[in-house]
Design a protein around this ligand. Sequence first.
Ligand code: ATP
Ligand code: MG
Length: 482
Amino acid sequence: MYQKKVSLFKKVLWGHITVISIALLILSTLLTVILEKVFYMNEVRELRKIGVPLAQQTNDLKPVDSKFIERLDQLLRYNHIYLMIVDQNNQPIFAGKKELAFLPMLKDVFQQNKHGKVVEGQSDWGKRTITWIMVPRGSGESKGAIILFSPVQGMLQALRRTQVVIWIVAGIALVVSSVISRWFSTHLVQRIQRLRALTKEIHQGNFQTRIKVKEEGADEITALALDFNQMAEHLSQTHEELNRFEQNRRQFIMDLSHELRTPLTSIRGWIEALQKDYIPQSDRMRVYQSMKKEIERLIRLIYELMDLEKIRSGKIELKKETHYIRDLFELVIDQLDWMAEEKGIALNMELPEEDELVIYGDYDRLLQVLVNLVKNGIQFTDQGEVRMGAKQEKDQTLIWVRDTGVGLDQEALKHIWERFFKVDPSRARYGGETGLGLAIVKQLVEAHGGQIEVESQPGAGSTFYLRFPLSPANHISVQVLS
Ligand SMILES: Nc1ncnc2c1ncn2[C@@H]1O[C@H](COP(=O)(O)OP(=O)(O)OP(=O)(O)O)[C@@H](O)[C@H]1O
Ligand SMILES: [Mg+2]
């Protein structure tokens, strides 16, 4: 039995939450880095705005106008910006105590300043981070530089605040997406569980179960459910077919046993009576005759069964050719006239005078079909006639065998094509009936691509109608005439 370790629900849920968390983490990190960069650029731009014009000013005012610088310094300090001016030897001309301490950090930068470039950067100063800018005074040969710097503290605070907002938004997004993900996972798992339940039902033999499928918004699971329903339908049909097949098999064995038992029991009885000398000499010939008849009946039964099976499984080869129907009818009359005569009934045929009708099929098998039907007609008719007829219909040949016999009721008509079916099982004349005749006839007609129907009423006789397709080439030429 399958043991679930981690449910699909948890897997899907945790999968979603992990993806969402990673996405949020990447997003917030990216945002932080970008914001830091933006803040830094802003700060540098601010320092540049002050530093570049001041460098020109102080360049023009040679020597430096200390009063103006002091006032400016005060103004800048108020805005957390600190000013320092150095000469061409990088010696401070103007600087507070605090600013002087920053000077050693710029030693490397002074090197670049010689080439008259504006240099900017960020450095750690004690516990603080400082954004600074150094603007050369004068062009060409350096005449010193203006240095402006500003602690990034204010900027960091703004960044932290932004980060907090990002984390709050990320948290809310995570909660909301977890709720949605939970709903989605539950929904998904429920649908899969419905599929499992169906499989279980089928496993338990309930082939009628189906999953209700909503076609709108169909996805892969809907497709799977539809496939399941189709599979269940297919299984149900196969199951029904198997049941029918099994029932047929049992019925067949029962019918066959019955058919075999009756003649075998009679034969055994006669043999015992002969052994014990119960039968007088004068009757013995009659008993031998009866035994022979029963044995012939058994042999016929076996041959007919084999034949039926051969036709059913499509193992017979039909030598289809075009034949005159008149010839076939005449041969049937030749074969069965004696039987009709014996019963005192007429055996006739009716064909259109002017037209020589033809039929396309296997001669021997067509004869077998007609002989079976006419023989039945004679067997089940006590007075009147049995008549064969034919006519050409649009694209088929119609043949009928009509009798004025006992006819068949509705119930018998339902079963007439079944193996071993007999309205009256006790009737056994002219070699003994096996109840296979009409089953063979139907199979043979169908093997020719034709159809057979019967119309009958009790006491009003029966008519069997047979329809055969014309030859494929639809030609009416006659190839074989006997
Ligand atoms: N023309 C008919 N009129 C009345 N009943 C018929 C007619 N043809 C067939 N039946 C009924 O249908 C049953 C089945 O006929 P089918 O020809 O298959 O078997 P059978 O004649 O009994 O035996 P078999 O033909 O194998 O010797 C017959 O036993 C009979 O009851
Ligand atoms: Mg028959």
